[in-house]
Design a protein around this ligand. Structure first.
Ligand code: HEM
Ligand code: HEM
Length: 78
């Protein structure tokens, strides 16, 4: 049971938190662009800004869990 929580799954040969980190980078870029567009007066982009920050928050928590688990809490990769 605990093994599931402390095992980092491999996706296409790489640990899942690496992929999540790449996704976070893309989402962060979208977030900043959507914020800038909103400030420039294209307020329809604020909808994106509001949805994407929630995605970033959730994915960053999972990313952090596996990433820190590997370095500090003896998680294994499988
Ligand atoms: C928007 C926020 C974030 C982005 C874009 C991001 C991006 C990335 C990327 C691309 C990687 C893979 C590259 C590598 O392994 O060197 C990575 C790994 C990692 N990240 Fe993040 N990250 C974010 C937030 C966080 C947070 C909040 C934490 C925890 C405090 C964190 C902790 C780690 C750890 C521990 C690794 C693993 C490094 C390894 O296994 O070698 N990240 N991150
Ligand atoms: C790390 C990047 C960013 C994050 C995580 C972020 C997050 C947020 C959050 C959580 C809100 C409130 C959303 C809501 O009310 O539901 C917000 C609002 C907003 N953000 Fe960002 N933001 C980021 C970058 C930017 C940038 C680069 C700009 C523009 C230069 C920007 C412009 C705005 C504007 C104009 C609002 C609306 C403020 C208002 O309520 O009047 N954001 N952002």
């Amino acid at each position: 049971m605990l093994k599931i929580l402390t095992t980092v799954p491999l996706i296409f040969g790489y640990p899942i938190h690496i992929w999540l980190g790449i996704i976070l980078g893309i989402l962060l870029t979208i977030q900043i662009i959507a914020g800038l567009m909103t400030v420039k007066g294209h307020t329809q982009y604020f909808k994106i800004h509001r949805v994407v920050w929630i995605l970033i928050a959730i994915i960053a928590l999972i990313h952090m869990y596996y990433g820190l688990g590997l370095w500090f809490f003896h998680f294994t990769i499988k």
